[in-house]
Ligand binder design. Sequence first.
Ligand code: AMP
Length: 395
Amino acid sequence: MAKKTIANVDVAGKKVLIRVDFNVPLDENGNITDDRRIRMALPTIESVLERGGQVVLMSHLGRPKNEPDAKYSLKPAAVRLGELLPNAKVDFATDTVGADAEAKVAALTDGNVVVLENLRFQAGEKKGDADFAAKLASFADVYVNDAFGTCHRTDASMVAVPEAMAGKPRVCGFLVEKEIKYLTDAISAPQRPFVAILGGAKVSDKIMVIKNLLGICDKVLIGGAMAYTFSLAQGGKVGSSLVEPDKVELANELLASGGDKLVLPIDTHCGDAFSSDCNKEIVAAGEISDGFEGLDIGPKTAEMYANLVKDAKTVVWNGPMGVCEMPPFDAGTKAVAEAIAASDSISIIGGGDSAAAIQKLGFADKVSHVSTGGGASLAMLEGQKFAAVELLDEA
Ligand code: AMP
């Protein structure tokens, strides 16, 4: 069932506690190097401010050790938010639930914002502590979850805080709404053919995704180093490719259960060292020479995958086809990205490397959805239910 969103809540004069994902990258001087995560939260924040609400923002940033650490302060994020919201006053509380936070939340007026200091400066956040959650819950009349990247977690701000606010509106923000729409709705009733492309380093990271998508998709195309574990399972020669010998049995099970739904590379671009300027050769899958390792899908595979994408009505992509950071072994990943961008399918790009590849190639506006959460999007593709989303109000 669909979840209620912030658009359905009367927020005028109310304090709205929004869990955002302001986990932005910072350089050593504390400057934000990419403010995308802040900008992604703007539609939800602006919607509340424009309707006369008061916004209290909470987020984590990095991995501080459960205590204040200036390196991980959310202050730069609050400053940047202030620049992005010229009509609002954006205040920053120097603690999360302490005297400063309490005073600044109490003094908040309609159309303005206070950003609380990093949730992970408090041990209660990772522990899901009820007292810590109750304090945060006491700050507001409405709870909003707009932190998709953290939705697969059960941190206090994701679960215990909305639990402590039972009886008050608890809804999703626009970012989480969009992620759910694509990662669950589009997948549970997909337009067909439905093609998934899964790559990356390890089969072990993607087993549950492969299993789940084999049950839903028409084709699951495999790329990246994990293809070589499948090749090994088929008795192929993999040279010194990155493989997981302990996952060969599992690869065999997936091959048997997947049948012709599971599509493996037919050729491989190999190198005799893990570097751009190594000696290279393109060989048929399963015929990698000794001393060489597979570093990308080969051109025939790239063409085959591009053709399968061209005919698809729904495409899900997670994980690069090769060592995408190291040209020329980025060619397979680029070919897949180009094919997805050129298709008029509903296209959903998982977070992490595939999302970065789509952004880098300038195709982000040519796909239906680029997920903001790597781990969270994978968990959704595995078919997991998230406590942080389940407990939100139904529409
Ligand atoms: P993941 O985090 O599992 O999505 O994996 C992404 C990483 O897998 C990237 O850093 C790629 O460089 C790496 N990768 C993909 N294909 C290969 C390969 N054939 N050999 C080694 N690393 C690979």
